[in-house]
Design a protein around this ligand. Structure first.
Ligand SMILES: NC(=O)c1ccc[n+]([C@@H]2O[C@H](COP(=O)([O-])OP(=O)(O)OC[C@H]3O[C@@H](n4cnc5c(N)ncnc54)[C@H](OP(=O)(O)O)[C@@H]3O)[C@@H](O)[C@H]2O)c1
Length: 260
């Protein structure tokens, strides 16, 4: 299902988002900053209406003021059931959901990670995605071509953490265990959501590995990360996949297939 080859024919790489997308309605969670704000900006530039999810009204409003156009503030804390339900009440129609909101851990191996850190990270990166996706499914089902993009991480790749040619191997000593395992779980959920929604033939559900980006996620990202807009561009492509595009896949920011 996920093994779409990385060729020029791969719809995950060839979709042009310089096209106009007027009439499409998207929700990006955690869009008041970082990669999410860049996703919202690019969607807005192509004519979409974008619900800018923000757990903090003030930070969300600041983003709206900056983004302008068809940006709509949607106060949404993905860890708060009441907030999720209230936000879903406000959105009757939705074409695209980008589960972008995420938090980091303290970079520790599992042996030094307190259970409450696992819980805190999973609340946002895993349970928050399930809560938001399920709450907005009724609105997505009203769309002819619904798309869900889960912003995951290459550090959650089990293949890239093991052989062959691991990028994140034993030399890291299992660092970032809470965060990385939360993203591995998100990858699993991406497959299961794609499978569950396959009966509603037009759904596409894919995960994105955005690469290291200069955001507020953690100090390493802030100091060594590249342009968040570059990662946002691939999120937008995945949100606009054509009917013959992949579902249940995991893609890097450059459109190549990422290893699970
Ligand atoms: N930056 C990287 O190098 C990198 C690499 C791989 C994957 N990612 C993933 O990319 C996504 C975006 O992160 P980022 O790098 O752009 O980091 P960021 O600048 O810290 O942005 C994260 C966004 O998520 C929001 N958020 C956090 N908890 C939330 C909650 N409970 N409810 C709603 N929103 C919440 C934040 O809101 P506040 O402003 O209120 O905190 C912020 O808007 C995350 O899923 C992250 O794991 C990032």
């Amino acid at each position: 299902m996920q093994s779409t080859p990385n060729t020029p024919e791969n719809p995950a790489t060839k979709t042009k988002f310089s096209q106009r997308n007027d009439g499409k309605i998207a929700l990006v969670t955690g869009a008041n900053g970082g990669i999410g704000k860049e996703i919202a900006r690019q969607m807005l530039n192509s004519g979409m209406t974008v619900y800018v999810g923000s757990r903090d009204r003030r930070r969300g409003q600041a983003a709206i003021d900056e983004l302008g156009g068809g940006a709509r503030l949607l106060v949404l804390d993905v860890t708060d059931a009441n907030s999720v339900a209230a936000a879903a009440e406000r959105v009757a129609e939705l074409n695209i959901l980008v589960n972008n909101a995420g938090i980091s851990d303290f970079g520790q191996p599992p042996t030094e990670t307190e259970v409450h850190t696992f819980r805190r990270v999973y609340e946002t990166n895993v349970f928050g995605v399930a809560a938001v996706t399920n709450a907005f499914l009724p609105a997505l089902r009203r769309s002819a071509h619904p798309r869900i993009v889960n912003v995951s991480s290459g550090t959650g790749s089990l293949t890239w953490s093991t052989a062959p040619n691991p990028q994140f191997d034993y030399r890291m000593g299992g660092a970032g265990a809470a965060y990385r395992s939360s993203k591995a779980t998100l990858n699993a959920l991406t497959i299961y959501y794609a499978q569950a929604l396959a009966a509603h033939g037009s759904f596409k559900v894919n995960a994105l590995a955005p690469g290291l980006r200069a955001t507020n996620l953690n100090s390493r990202a802030a100091e060594h990360g590249g342009d968040p807009a570059e990662a946002a561009a691939q999120a937008v492509r995945l949100s606009l996949l054509p009917a013959d595009g992949p579902t249940g896949g995991f893609f890097s920011w450059d459109g190549t297939v990422a290893a699970w």
